[in-house]
Design a protein around this ligand. Structure first.
Ligand code: SF4
Length: 264
């Protein structure tokens, strides 16, 4: 017999994710929320404050952690500030006692005024840490030092999304502390940037030995389809062997087409 529930809360991250099948549940009430449904939706306070996670539900081999919500910035292509407000520390989640590593999902880890507590707390777990939101624009030597001291799982993820910013000097100082091959840099294309601006960012990263991950812009309602150019530059930049072995201008994604055409 189907388990009966008083109320089911369901969330999704992306607007393009399919809705869950309500017919699969016997419940009086369904409440949907999360970015994929409505960025203004909020959980009731007594639910939101809860810091326990049932890791067994998905057989999680990692702990999920947040030390802050929100962000100090308001980037024009990002909904974090509208959804979560300015940066503010939050109480950490409970740990998964079966965790083999920690996924740290802060939007902007080092913008948190309590980042030193967060670093200490993570180091005390003595597990590899995967950091998702590192803002290189605010990174100082102390933060880079501690980042280098942490046991990291995979690369540190940074971003160079705004084409009008030149992060060259900042990146040069960061790679004095963190080896460039341990860094992956997200590069947004298709959001008010020219081909020249995209290539300036990508060629700078290549010169510094940092691997990029190009992301064509997707709007919140997923109505925008990436252009052929955006798909081509992402395909070239996101394959390390292609990125390292040739310039974008020499890349031939299709018979009879060379990407130098985009530079005319
Ligand atoms: S720094 Fe990152 S999280 Fe913050 S507003 Fe910009 S894109 Fe969003």
């Amino acid at each position: 017999m189907m388990q009966r529930y008083d109320r089911i809360y369901a969330s999704k991250v992306f607007t393009f994710t399919d809705d869950f099948n309500r017919l699969a549940f016997d419940a009086d009430d369904f409440v949907t929320g999360g970015t994929g449904y409505d960025i203004a939706s909020r959980l009731p306070d007594d639910v939101d404050i809860y810091r326990g996670l049932d890791y067994s539900l998905y057989g999680c081999k990692f702990s999920v952690q947040f030390y802050s919500r929100g962000c100090i910035r308001h980037c024009p292509f990002c909904i974090v500030h509208d959804k979560e407000g300015g940066i503010h520390p939050v109480d950490p989640m409970e740990w998964n006692d079966k965790a083999e590593w920690i996924e740290v999902l802060d939007n902007n880890f080092f913008a948190n005024p309590e980042w030193r507590f967060a670093v200490g707390d993570l180091m005390r777990q003595n597990l590899p840490v995967k950091l998702h939101g590192v803002d290189v624009r605010i990174m100082d030597e102390e933060q880079a030092y501690w980042l280098n001291k942490m046991r990291l799982k995979g690369n540190v993820h940074i971003a160079w999304d705004l084409p009008q910013l030149d992060l060259t000097e900042k990146l040069e100082s960061v790679i004095k502390f963190i080896k460039p091959y341990k860094i992956t840099c997200y590069v947004l294309v298709g959001f008010n940037s020219t081909v020249e601006q995209d290539l300036f960012r990508l060629r700078t990263l290549k010169r510094l030995g940092i691997l990029p991950f190009v992301q064509p812009y997707r709007d919140y309602n997923n109505r925008r389809e990436p252009s052929q150019y955006e798909k081509d530059i992402a395909r070239w930049a996101n394959r390390a062997w292609l990125f390292k072995s040739m310039d974008f201008a020499d890349y031939r994604p299709r018979n009879g087409f060379r990407c130098s055409e985009y530079l005319r």
